[in-house]
Design a protein around this ligand. Structure first.
Ligand SMILES: [Zn+2]
Length: 247
């Protein structure tokens, strides 16, 4: 007798790259952490290199179906993820992805849709209409493990309901601000209905044993196209991702 599917652990190797800002750092009005800002030309070169090397982006739904249903993925799957919902997502990142026929997952901070420099509700809908995934990254980019339970719920459930409002359907994908989580946070994310959640733990394998603790690969400012190719291949060539917990 075969092991019932629900008791089987299934792991899928999919490198998930993490970006934040793609923007000319010299022109940033409010300076972000420099390592989190990738220059537009560099981002474009990294995406072109991935595409040329045969990597194909997959959606969160494809990853979920591969993990839980054994669905086939392209031979060289990769996920591009972008945290924090800066307006760069539509001005710098989306045009590059569209030109190359690639997709990405954008984790947005739903309490910032009226703030200058961040995606508006219309722009979030624009990303989805272009075939991109939209995920939640809380309402205020809160450090979830230190919050009292009620505020934690408002950050997690609130971002889920905000996105349901904006997009008109439930959203199942979540990213922890600062990569910070503990068992209580993971339980709250699960209760809110999220199916997959990403961290800033370094790694390239998503497993049904911890679908709400999926590792990613940070791509910093100093990375080049060659670095990124090395990171997704897991060859260890080029500079290693920084051990920081940006998210
Ligand atoms: Zn973040």
């Amino acid at each position: 007798m075969s092991v019932p599917q629900r008791f089987a652990t299934h792991a899928v190797r999919v490198p998930i790259l993490t970006y934040h800002r793609v923007h000319a750092y010299a022109t940033e009005l409010k300076k972000s952490t420099p390592d989190l800002t990738v220059e537009p030309g560099t981002f474009q070169a990294e995406m072109e290199a991935l595409h040329r090397a045969g990597y194909r982006t997959v959606t969160q739904r494809q990853l979920f179906d591969a993990m839980y249903g054994g669905a086939a993925l392209p031979p060289k799957p990769v996920i591009v993820s972008v945290d924090d919902g800066y307006v760069d997502d539509v001005t710098e990142i989306l045009p590059v992805l569209r030109r190359l026929g690639m997709t990405a997952t954008f984790y947005v901070i739903t309490g910032r849709t009226h703030e200058q420099g961040f995606l508006s509700s219309d722009q979030i809908r624009q990303l989805e209409a272009a075939g991109m995934d939209v995920g939640a990254h809380t309402r205020t980019h809160a450090d979830l493990p230190v919050l009292p339970a009620a505020r934690r719920r408002s950050e997690i459930d609130g971002s889920a309901s905000d996105l349901r409002q904006i997009l008109g359907h439930p959203v199942y994908w979540f990213a922890y601000p600062y990569g910070a989580f503990d068992p209580a946070v993971v339980a709250a994310v699960r209760r809110a209905g999220f199916l997959l959640a990403v961290t800033t733990k370094a790694g390239t394998t998503a497993s049904t044993s911890a679908p709400l603790e999926i590792p990613r690969i940070h791509v910093g400012r100093s990375a080049t196209a060659a670095t990124v190719l090395g990171l997704v291949a897991g060859s260890g060539s080029g500079p290693q991702p920084s051990a920081g917990s940006a998210g």
